[in-house]
Structure formats: structure tokens, C-alpha cells
Design a protein around this ligand. Sequence first.
Ligand code: 1CP
Length: 335
Amino acid sequence: YCCLGSYLRDYTHFRESRAGKDFFATCRSPAACCELTLQPLRRFPFDAAIIFSDILVIPQAMGMDVQMVAGKGPTFPEPLKEPEDLLLLQSKVDVNKELDYVFKAITLTRHKLEGKVPLIGFTGAPWTLMTYMIEGGGSTTQSKAKRWLYRHPEASHQLLKMLTDIIVEYLLGQVAAGAQALQVFESHAGCLGPVEFQEFSLPYLRDIARKVKDQLKESGLDVPLIVFAKDGHYGLEDLSQSHYEVVGLDWTVDPRSARERTGGKVSLQGNMDPCALYAPKERISEIVKKMLEGFGTRGYIANLGHGLYPDMDPENVGAFVEAVHTHSRHLLNLK
Ligand code: 1CP
């Protein structure tokens, strides 16, 4: 069976409902987050929902100022420059206090969903959060953050470790609040090579999964974990053996080869190029059919390989969902 989770937010609705409110103020309002999570589900028959929030709520909880600047994206007025700046961070964050608003949004949304579809919680991975904290916002090269890896490896590990501890607490809090699956976004895996990935990303991704799983187990709980390392195809084999049940894929990976490289144990998620949503509906349907045939219908969650762009037509998101459902029914010989 095929399922759809994150990313397919309808930007038109999103813009209207925010009604000029600051993005991070919206994130702090459980009622607004709940509404923004439910909106796309009213319009299209998705099989899962992802809570409306952002990965940058963690650096905020650590004491950093993050603003959403129109036309520029998230911006840190005072990014980390040198290792001494780590002293300015709140290393022991009371997650239940600082990120309580996310937990409240999750609980409220779980209630309002009434069991119709599962609710996915998420976090940024340590390396990806580190890039924003040092770059001060989006970047194509991540050169300021990578400078730390080569020039200040110890301080880099100190920061990555600090983030890992907070992320573990944050994910456990999301499960306690009602999240039924968790996705870890390593969105900036692509700027690392295999060697740097092995040192600065993978160990922390593994640590997060192992600690979350162990602690949940103590309470008799378990939730599926999804890891998405964008452009990190060099790490696919390792990612498939890192205690995550699902490996998310961007569109640069061929479905069949991803299946071969990850073996039969993990499920795969993805990976249509979001830009395929610019195609006419018939073409979207063909692309989806090929993708589903490539992945097969077992251990697979149909999704895009990354997020939507604001100029994409929401109707084509509908065409994508419909194509996924139609072709998976055919492949499963259900109708
Ligand atoms: O669609 C949804 O609403 C799901 C909720 C969600 C998620 C899962 C949002 C809302 N953000 C995220 C995760 C997130 N945020 C990631 C990981 C996924 C990915 O790789 O895209 C990243 C890297 C961010 C950081 C971020 N937040 C950016 C990228 C900045 C850059 O240039 O590197 C941006 C533009 C945001 C703002 C944001 N977050 C979410 C939305 C809907 C928006 C757009 C806000 C706006 O247009 O005003």
C-alpha cells in the first residue's frame, strides 16, 4: 500500500491562513499549527499528516534569535562565528518548557484527526541545524559551517553532541504528545562527502535513533523512524543500517538501485522530483506509475523527493495523490 506524508502543503491556503502573522509566531500557536496541518487533508486524500512546524525551533530553544525575512527565508541576526560562541548557547535546554508549544500542537492535532490518518513529528538532524546556526540562514556552499568541520573539529563535535541530546528529548516529547512516526531531516547531507558524512553526520543520526528507540522501549512503546539525508546517496547503505525503519530519498536516486543498495529490511520513501508537478496531469500520472513500478508496492511510502515551491499549482498535488492511489491499486491487483 502506498502512503503520502510530508511536504504537500498547499501554499495558497497556507499564505491566506497566516494572514500576515510572523512565521515563527505561527509555529508557537498550537491552534494555528493544528489548522495548517489539517488544511491539506481537507482538500486531498493524503494517507498521513506532518505537523506544521520548522526545524529551526531547536536553535531558538537554545537561545538563538531566528527571524523569517520575506524574500530571504529564515535568518539568524547573530550566527555562531567561532567556537567561543558556543558558550553563548543554552547547552542544557529544558525541552518540555521551551518546545512545549510544539507538543501542544501535536496533541491538539492528534485529537482533531480522530484517527483518520497518522500524524508524523519531525526534527532537523544535528549537522543540518549546525549549518543554519553558523551560516545564519540558507546557503548554497555551507562553507562557513564546513570551515568549522576542517578547522574546529572538536568544537564541531561538541555542538553536534549538544544538538543530539536536545533532539532526542525533543523526539521523545513528540511521541509522548501523540506523534505516531518521526522523521529526521538531514537536508544538508549533500554538501558533505562520504568521509565527512561518516564523521559528522552518520554517528549522530545513529545515536538519535538508538537512544529514542531504547527510551521508548522502556515505556513499552515503539514508533517508526524515518531518516532523510538529502543528496546523501553515498550514504544509502549505511543509512539503511542505522536503526531507522524508513529511508527517505530525493529524486537523484533511481528507485531500483536504491532498493538493491538498501536491502529488504528498510522501507523506502520518496522520491518524485517536486518539479514534475509543473508537468500536465497525464504526465504526472506516467511519472508516478514508473516510480511505483521501480519501488514496488511493499515497504514503500510514496512521496515527493523534497518540498514544493510556492508557484506550484495545488491542483497538481491532487493529481499526484490520485495517481499514487490509482496506480498502487492496479499494481496490487485490487481493482
Ligand atoms: O509543509 C509543511 O508545512 C511541513 C512542515 C515543515 C517542515 C517539515 C516546515 C514548514 N518546515 C519543515 C522542515 C524544514 N525547515 C527543513 C527540512 C526539510 C527540507 O529539507 O526542506 C528545512 C531545511 C527547514 C528550514 C527552512 N524553513 C527553510 C529553508 C531555508 C533555506 O534556504 O535553507 C525555509 C524556507 C523555512 C520556512 C518554512 N518552513 C515551513 C514552511 C511552510 C516554510 C515557508 C514559510 C514561508 O514561505 O513564509
